[in-house]
Design a protein around this ligand. Structure first.
Ligand SMILES: [Cu+2]
Length: 637
């Protein structure tokens, strides 16, 4: 089953490699390989594609590739989230009135005439504030009914019941990102389709939780100055805190999460129309704008804070309707990019954080100096990377948050810098690091057996067989504790340099880290991404334009034009302009040509059409997109 999937997908990865080799060949001959001085010679960007030789993981699964990572990230993100916010009892309970729940279910069901229907779980544990962490082993022996969530409850006495803004923010963000997917008509269907009702319902529940958690944080987790507190507890129906403010990073994470919530509420007509709430939105808008005002002049002292601030500026600038505030946020973003371009990171984790922030500035503002600084840091990071073991020089342990940082930086390079650094090098690093730490190294504690997760999604059915559990990963019943263990990340893994292997070092659960890692993992997968497009800005084009440029615009779910004329022997630059809301790509399989663009992004590939070209068609290869209409014809002169 696995082999079939990977073989099928091997075609695409080979195409990616070929396409980018062609870009490199068509560009200048730069081979800067690690001196970290940056090129500085190309005003336009894309003149040089840097290469960084990255070794492949030893002992990894045959054929494990970037698409395997994307699917793993998708499922692992899903397991972590659902376990924590619906099943585990990991927070202050949220108990919506039963009539409200029934109304939510009715709104997304197809009705009595057929199709899939919502099956209400028993004993769900929804939460309005998430605890800091705990022990992910189950409190109860399995009673035979997976739909009874008492089976998935964690032992209450083993929970770390502190309320932390980082955990709250990352959980809200995670819930919204999944809620958006679960009511994306192209993915989980609409109320007129005969599939997807159960997952559309999960989306509605996740969104309700995100709203409740945001409200809880705004009302209960702030001090007299309006800043989020370092920590609090919920005791005897009241929030207890000493009122001291959390870190700068904490504040900016909350701004990110609240901005994503605001954005989603603002797009009431999207997502099957189920996430609109004008009353909630009206209150939230002024609070988010005010929070920006409080944070605008904060200059974070740590790279983590600067990176989170840069990301928050982008999310806020995308969400706010006040153009003056948006301008100020973009000014702050540019200044943060300057600061990050100047930092001296103390190791791979700080390098990764700086890269993630710098790429937001270069992506949104087109700042080439910030892009160069990010790629220089990537080159430095790779100099310490041992691809054979997926580890870095001198790194003894990594916690889930840090793993999320590294995955996030590599993934952002993949989406936002592959005109200046070779995509296949970035993807080799991301693939090896992910496989080594998350799968082989045991970051994910368990994965449900396939039988428990029959796929309702149209697109997953098309991708059949679905790849989502690494071979040998334990099932929950075999993952520790007398009753088994949840499918979530452990807090820390450690690297044994002598043996060359990673293994769990702290099997407790850390909410903020796991949710952060889950967010970054989810964004590896092309259908959803963490790179919002700020209104009024032009996302930096992938590379310089020139003669022989053919531009194709991608939207949901169509290309324009639908016919490409490629004359044999001609050199062509194929530019994909994504004007849609989700990632799209364009593949010409016969020519090994592939180009992909995030929403709002323009990327391009240059190649020479073979004289004996047999190309007849092009398409978007993201599962479901071609079937939905994203295909066209290739003609030859
Ligand atoms: Cu597409």
């Amino acid at each position: 089953m696995l082999i079939t999937t990977l073989r099928r997908r091997g075609v695409r990865i080979a195409a990616v490699g070929l396409a980018f080799m062609l870009v490199a060949a068509a560009c200048s001959d730069d081979n800067d390989n690690g001196d970290g001085d940056g090129d500085g010679d190309s005003g336009g960007g894309g003149d040089a594609v840097r290469t960084v030789e990255v070794a492949t993981l030893t002992g990894g699964l045959d054929g494990y590739d970037i698409e395997s990572v994307a699917w793993n990230g998708y499922w692992y993100s899903r397991y972590n989230l659902g376990s924590v916010v619906m099943m585990a009892g990991m927070g202050v309970p949220l108990e919506p009135p039963m009539e409200a729940v029934m109304a939510m279910a009715a709104a997304i069901d197809q009705g009595p005439e057929g199709g899939e229907h919502v099956v209400m779980p028993m004993n769900a544990n929804l939460i309005q504030a998430v605890y800091a962490g705990g022990d992910a082993t189950f409190a109860n022996a399995f009673n035979g009914d997976p739909n009874d969530f008492t089976n998935w409850l964690w032992s209450p006495e083993a929970l770390d019941t502190r309320l932390l803004p980082s955990a709250q923010a990352q959980t809200i963000l995670k819930e919204i990102e999944w809620a958006k997917l679960f009511n994306n008509g192209g993915w989980a269907g609409t109320p007129t389709d005969d599939f997807g009702a159960m997952d559309r319902f999960k989306g509605v529940v996740l969104f309700a939780e995100a709203k409740a958690q945001a409200r809880f944080a705004l009302d209960n987790l702030r001090n007299a100055n309006g800043l989020f507190v370092a920590e609090a507890r919920f005791e005897n129906d009241a929030v207890v805190t000493d009122g001291s403010a959390g870190s700068d990073a904490d504040q900016f994470m909350m701004l990110t999460a609240l901005s994503d919530l605001r954005l989603t509420l603002s797009n009431a007509a999207d997502f099957n129309g189920v996430y609109g709430d004008s009353e909630y939105l009206a209150a939230l808008e002024s609070e988010v704008d005010a929070l920006f005002g409080l944070l605008e002049d904060v200059k974070p002292a740590t790279i983590l804070g600067q990176s989170q601030a840069a990301q928050a500026m982008v999310w806020f600038a995308t969400a706010t309707t006040d153009e003056a505030l948006r301008e100020r946020a973009l000014d702050r973003l540019d200044a943060l990019g300057d600061e990050l371009a100047d930092v001296s990171p103390s190791g791979v984790v700080e390098q990764a954080r700086a890269i993630r922030g710098l790429l937001e500035s270069s992506r949104v503002l087109g700042n080439e100096a910030h892009l160069d600084a990010a790629v220089d840091l990537f080159v430095e990071m790779m100099a310490a990377y041992d691809g054979a073991t997926g580890s870095f020089d001198g790194v003894g342990t990594l916690d889930t948050w840090e793993i999320g940082d590294i995955i996030g930086a590599l993934n952002s390079l993949r989406f936002n810098a592959t005109d200046v650094v070779r995509r296949s090098d970035v993807e080799t690093a991301l693939t090896g690091f992910f496989e080594a730490t998350v799968n082989v190294g045991g970051l994910l504690r368990s994965a449900p057996p396939k039988e428990m997760e029959a796929s309702p999604f149209e697109v997953e059915r098309l991708a059949d067989p679905v790849y989502f559990a690494y071979p040998g990963m334990p099932t929950p019943d075999a993952a520790g504790g007398p009753n088994g263990s949840s499918s979530v990340d452990v807090a820390v893994i450690g690297f044994d340099a002598a043996a060359g292997v990673w293994s769990p070092a702290d099997t407790r659960y850390d909410t903020a880290g796991a949710m952060h890692a889950s967010n970054e993992m989810f964004w590896v997968w092309g259908f959803q991404n963490g790179f919002p497009v700020v209104p009024g800005t032009t996302v930096r084009a992938g590379s310089e334009t020139g003669e022989g440029v053919i531009e194709v615009v991608a939207t949901e779910f169509a290309f324009g034009p639908v016919s490409l004329d490629l004359a044999p022997g001609e050199q062509v630059t194929l530019r994909l302009r994504n004007e849609g809301a989700i990632v799209h790509n364009l593949e010409i399989a016969e020519l090994g040509v592939f180009v992909e663009a995030a929403p709002g992004q323009v990327t391009e590939v240059t190649f020479t059409v073979p004289v004996d070209s047999a190309a007849s068609e092009f398409f978007c290869n993201i599962p479901g997109h071609r079937e939905a209409g994203m295909e066209g014809a290739v003609t030859s002169g």
